[in-house]
Design a protein around this ligand. Structure first.
Ligand code: PMP
Length: 361
């Protein structure tokens, strides 16, 4: 296998090398067809097979029940911030939202265009380092749904178990945590995720929605934003992002080969535990997130002396450890350790951090 530097980007993020190698091998000629997947008609039998296999592999990985529809859509997770209220208010005028970070705020701002938003919990006061226990959330029984961001990618704040919200449909943005562990899809009315972290390249969102909730969109919902249309047309109302869909399918096969989500979850937990331990064991590094909400996927940290950040990034890059800068809105440093980041990458980062702390501490 090709050796490459370790890329800790938050998204677009590292892909499994095996997947890239397979795509490379199939780039000019997919299985004797004489065509690249990106050159195929989306309605031809070859691409239909690729698309259906990707969906059935995803269904198998996440154990998605038959009464849920799976869509492969364009527009990134940000489009879902609008599509959720457009499609899932279903005649209601109120929705519950959690504010646990920057992505929550974007989802809330978008939803406010279509309904009255009740913020059920707000982490502003603790600077998005913690989340009030879900048992204390101020839920509205008339809400069309409760929306939360399962993993706040920028802050590295993750709700590890779905909140119990009674009979109100629960909707989750899982952009940066989907496929990192098994989940019980039955607990959700809808789950959505931008692809560019744990699924594949950017340009695709996966949406999983319970089918009884479809068919009652706001009257002015654009056709391209209408879940029912998209679900009935198998995400091919128009030309879908075919090549990205194919690569997502390769990632799903790779995940199955790793042993599925139970196996990948064990690896992910080991990776995160080792990195947080290295941070906590040292006075040189800090992560301020309350322990039970620390993200498995995005690990932000600061240096005791913030002036050393540039040096840290430059020396890390020299050591083959790339893209460790924090998000432009919060600064600091951040290591994103999605499924495709091998344990050897996390170990290399820890070794580098310990050596750096010795040199400059
Ligand atoms: N939600 C979360 C949790 C994210 O991390 C991101 C992107 N980093 C988005 C939404 C927005 O995704 P996109 O850029 O695909 O619109």
């Amino acid at each position: 296998m090709t050796l490459r530097p370790y890329n800790f980007s938050a998204g677009p993020a590292v892909m499994p090398t095996e997947v890239l190698e397979q795509a490379q091998a199939e780039l000019l000629d997919w299985r004797g067809t004489g065509m690249s997947v990106m050159e195929m008609s989306h309605r031809g039998k070859e691409f239909t097979q690729i698309a259906e296999e990707a969906e059935s592999d995803l269904r198998e990985l996440l154990n998605i029940p038959a009464n849920y529809r799976v869509m492969f859509l364009q527009g990134g997770a940000s489009s879902q911030f609008a599509m959720i209220p457009l499609n899932l208010l279903r005649g209601k005028t109120q929705a519950d939202y959690c504010n646990t970070g920057i992505w929550s705020q974007k989802a809330i701002a978008e939803a406010q265009r279509y309904c009255s938003v009740n913020v059920v919990t707000d982490s502003t006061a603790n600077k998005f380092t913690s989340i009030a226990d879900p048992s204390t959330w101020q839920l509205n029984p008339n809400a069309a749904y409760v929306h939360y961001i399962a993993n706040e990618t920028i802050n590295g704040l993750e709700l590890h178990t779905p909140p119990q919200v009674g009979d109100v449909p629960l909707i989750s943005d899982m952009s940066s945590t989907i496929l990192s562990r098994p989940i019980d899809v039955n607990q959700f009315a809808a789950i959505y995720a931008g692809a560019q972290k744990n699924i594949g390249p950017a340009g695709l969102s996966v949406v999983i929605v319970r089918e009884d909730l479809l068919g009652n969109p706001l009257s002015f919902t654009p056709t391209m934003f209408n879940y029912k249309v998209m679900a009935d047309e198998k995400s091919m109302y128009n030309t879908p992002p075919t090549y990205t869909w194919y690569l997502a399918g390769l990632v799903f096969k790779w995940l199955k080969k790793q042993g599925g989500l139970t196996a990948i979850a064990e690896t992910n937990q080991r990776k995160a535990t080792a990195l947080y331990k290295a941070i906590d064991d040292s006075d040189f590094y800090n992560n301020a997130i309350e322990l039970r909400y620390r993200s498995w996927m995005n690990v932000p940290f600061t240096l005791a002396d913030a002036n050393l950040e540039k040096t840290f990034l430059a020396e890390a890059a020299q050591a083959g450890l790339l893209t460790l800068a924090g998000h432009r809105t919060v600064g600091g440093l951040r290591a994103s350790i999605y499924n495709a980041m091998p344990e050897s990458g996390v170990k290399a980062l820890i070794d580098f951090m310990q050596a750096f702390a010795k040199r400059y501490g």
